[in-house]
Each structure stands twice: as C-alpha cells, then as structure tokens.
Design a protein around this ligand. Structure first.
Ligand code: A3T
Length: 436
C-alpha cells in the first residue's frame, strides 16, 4: 500500500465520470478545511497488516497536525503494482472502518472507481507532505521514521535497504533444491518444520499477537527497533519477528550451529531496553550473509530464545554451505534437513527395476528419495551433488546381482563404498532417527 499524506488547508473534489464498470460507490463530492488528505493506492498482496499500519500512521499524523478530519482518497497512481479494483475496494473499506474504530475525528472516504477532479491548498510546512509505503507486513521504521527517511538522514546503513541479503547463487540453490515456487513453498515449510521438530522446540507460532509469545506487553514495538551496537546495525521489522518463529530454551548458538549455520558468521547485537521499549534488555543473533547484508535469526528476551523467521534460518543454512564451498570444502546440508535425502542412480535401463525397489524400500522408512534415470551416470552423480543430496546410490549389473549398492556419502567426499542393500536400509534408519 502506498500513501501520500497531504495536510490541506482546503480540499475539494467532485466526480467527473466512471473509471471502472459499475463503481461500487455512488458519485459524490466533498469540501473540507484543515484536513489530512490520504491518497491511497492499494497494491497486490495488501491485507489486514497494511491496513492497520496505514491506519495508525494516518491517525498519528492527524494528531501531529492537530486536524480533526481525514479524507481517504482512492488513488490508483502511486504504484505499478495495483491490486484489482475488487480487492482494492475491500481494502479501502476496511481501512475506513479501522480508522473509524480507532479515531474519533471525522473520516471521509471518497468514492471508488471514478475519475475525480480535485483542488487542494497545501500550506507546505515540513510535515505537510509525506509519502509512505506499507508492504508485505514489513513496516520499516527507525524510531518512527520510514526506513527511507532514516537512511536519507544517515541513521542507518545502506545495506538495510536491501531486504534480501541472499546472493544469486543462494537463490539458484534454493531453486535447485526445490525449495521455491508453490511446491517449493511447501518444501521450505517442510524444512522449517524439520528445524522445529529436530530441535524439540516447544511451539511454532505464527505471530498474530507477538505479546503472547514473549509474554510481554508492548513487544510490537520491536517493529520500531534498530540497534546501533558498535560494528553492526540491525533492523528488526515486523516481518522478521512475525513470519514464523519457534521458541526454544536451549543455547541458541549451539542450536544454530547444529542446524548448519556458521556461527563464525553471526554477530550478537545487544538490544537496550530503550530500543526494545518493553522494559527488558535482550539481544539478537544476526547472520551476516555472504553477499553482504544481514538477517536476524533469533531474538533473546529474558529466558526465551525466539528463533526465526524460519525461512531466514533455512536460507542461512544454505548460505553457510556456500561459504564452505568458497573455502574449497564440500557443503553439506544435514541429512535430516535435506529436502531430498537419497538419490538412486541406475547405470542403465536394465537396472531401473532394482533402483525402483531400493527407492520404495527407503521410502517406506520415510526417506525422501529420487531416482535419477536420464543421461550419463557421471552427469547424474554430479546433478545429485549440485542438489546437495546427502546419499547417492549407484546400481549396475554387479550391484543388482549381489543385492548391493555403491554408496557415496556427501560428508565423506571422494570416497565410495559397496554395501549390501540391508546395510543401506540400516544406515537410512539410523540417519532418520539421528538427532541434530
Ligand atoms: C482514481 N482518483 O485513481 N488502489 C486505489 N484505487 C483504485 C485501485 C487501487 N489499486 N484500483 C482502482 N480512480 N482504484 C482517481 C483518478 O481521478 C479506483 C480509484 O478510484 C481509481 C479508479 O478505481 C480507477 O482506477 C483517476
């Protein structure tokens, strides 16, 4: 949602003609003195979070200006990423009702779906014209300032503007591992679920009400938090704490290390109670990504560790692996966390049946298995490697006859071993129940 807030000493408008088929509101006109005019563009993806952020921003701006009237003016020109009229109308009416229930001044919503003519007189003082962007649940504020303004005033480093600290390679890897897209979204959740399950974490919370996780009131002000500890700045946004988190009481650094996040690449940022604004001190563990930029992986408050967002943890695991690769080691994703755990590669068509038998035995144990059937054997082994698949099993004539497999374990690079199918089954059972 994009909003242009204008303090108007006088504002008038009238409808000119329909801009869409059958506009949902009847035509009307209006005249206002000393009011806040909010030109609002609804963007794709906008919902309750944007509505409530925008509403509270409008109310606080109205109070700052001392005006008693807010005009909500549908305005489809502030973004290239417009929501459809149906959605935009719903969002705007919900904005109107949130404003009405949270403010006792006059709220006027101008009609939707019309070309309108308007006249405005703007006094032009420093607070008279403000632009806002409310996006994806991330309201980026530095002590109440929009992120852009905070950066323009030199309050925060440039990299904070970069919402995505992941390099192209990390993103490609996510794709290669099948962690993206609609199915991938499911796989990423699977990874997140595993993280939570593996760690024996108590709950997985979708943070509608963050105070219920922390057991602290007012923690929503974390959305306004930015630490300027020496050496690193980190901004926690609503999205960072709100997307998906898990609460743990184990040593957080150890947890992250077991998951595969390189601890040497994390930074501890102390959060003062002034920043937290909840009457306690705490700290955040921030992962510094290879490409630059950083993401918070954990917030510690009192005796709780809130890990998340889990998607960032998942990405940090992969990013840490890529750093291993930079240093010439083979990056390994923990067997339990691998989206695909075993690749079975038949040497030729004749071995396909044996490969399928192996795959279904392992699948019965709950392993995530693929059979890679197309192309040269070497190419398929490399493909499994590119996908960081922990176990790679090759079967040809000899293996099929003797009910064995040639096994490569990713954590033992350069080595391969012939084991019996039963030994493989036992190993997969062990790995499936292994703890991180
Ligand atoms: C106008 N003021 O913009 N966000 C906000 N309004 C929208 C959206 C959207 N995503 N989509 C449609 N009219 N509308 C007028 C100018 O004079 C509404 C909004 O009222 C818009 C009209 O539908 C045509 O796009 C044009």
């Amino acid at each position: 949602m994009r909003v242009l807030l204008l303090h108007a000493s006088r504002f008038t408008y009238r409808v000119v003609e329909e801009a869409i088929d059958r506009p949902p509101d009847p035509p009307s006109s209006g005249e206002f003195e000393n009011c806040l005019v909010a030109l609002v563009t609804v963007e794709v993806g906008d919902g309750d979070v944007e509505v409530s952020r925008a509403a509270s921003d409008m109310v606080s701006q109205a109070s700052r200006l001392g005006v008693r009237c807010i005009v909500v003016y549908p305005y489809a020109h502030l973004s290239p990423d417009l929501a459809t009229p149906d959605v935009a109308y719903k969002v705007l009416t919900s904005l109107e009702s949130v404003l009405r229930s949270s403010w006792d001044g006059l709220i006027h919503r101008a009609p939707f779906g019309w070309y309108k003519a308007f006249e405005i007189s703007c006094p032009g003082h420093p607070l008279a014209e403000l632009s806002r962007s409310f996006r994806g649940g991330h309201v980026l504020l530095y002590k109440g300032l929009p992120l852009e303004d905070a950066q323009a005033r030199g309050l925060i480093e440039g990299w904070l503007m970069q919402r995505n600290p992941w390099g192209r390679e990390t993103l490609e890897l996510v794709e290669r591992l099948g962690l993206n897209g609609v199915d991938g979204r499911a796989a990423l959740w699977e990874l997140e679920r595993l993280v939570v399950g593996e760690l024996g974490l108590r709950v997985r919370v979708s943070v509608e009400r963050p105070d219920s996780i922390y057991g602290l009131q007012g923690v929503s002000s974390l959305a306004r938090l930015c630490s300027r500890s020496p050496g690193v700045s980190v901004l926690l946004t609503w999205g960072d704490i709100g997307e998906s988190m898990a609460v743990a009481d184990r040593d957080p650094l150890e947890l992250l290390g077991r998951l595969g996040v390189r601890i040497s690449d994390t930074v501890k940022v102390t959060l003062g109670d002034e920043e937290l604004n909840v009457g306690v001190r705490g700290y955040s563990i921030v992962y510094k990504a290879r490409r630059g930029g950083a993401v918070p992986l954990l917030v510690a408050l009192q005796d709780r560790y809130c890990l998340g967002p889990l998607a960032s943890i998942a990405y940090s695991i992969l990013d840490s692996g890529l750093r291993e690769a930079d240093e010439g080691r083979t990056p390994v994703i923990h067997y339990r966390l691998a989206p695909v755990q075993v690749a079975v590669i038949p040497v030729g068509d004749a071995h396909m049946e044996y490969a399928r038998i192996i795959a279904s035995r392992l699948e019965e144990l709950g392993a995530r298995v693929v059979v890679l059937g197309e192309g040269g054997v070497g190419a398929r082994v490399r493909d499994a490697g590119r996908r960081w698949i922990p176990l790679v099993v090759v079967v040809g004539d000899r293996e099929a006859e003797t009910k064995t497999v040639t096994l490569r374990r990713r954590w033992e690079p350069g080595r391969q071993e012939v084991v019996t199918l039963e030994e493989l089954v036992e190993e997969v059972k062990r790995l499936n129940t292994s703890k991180l």
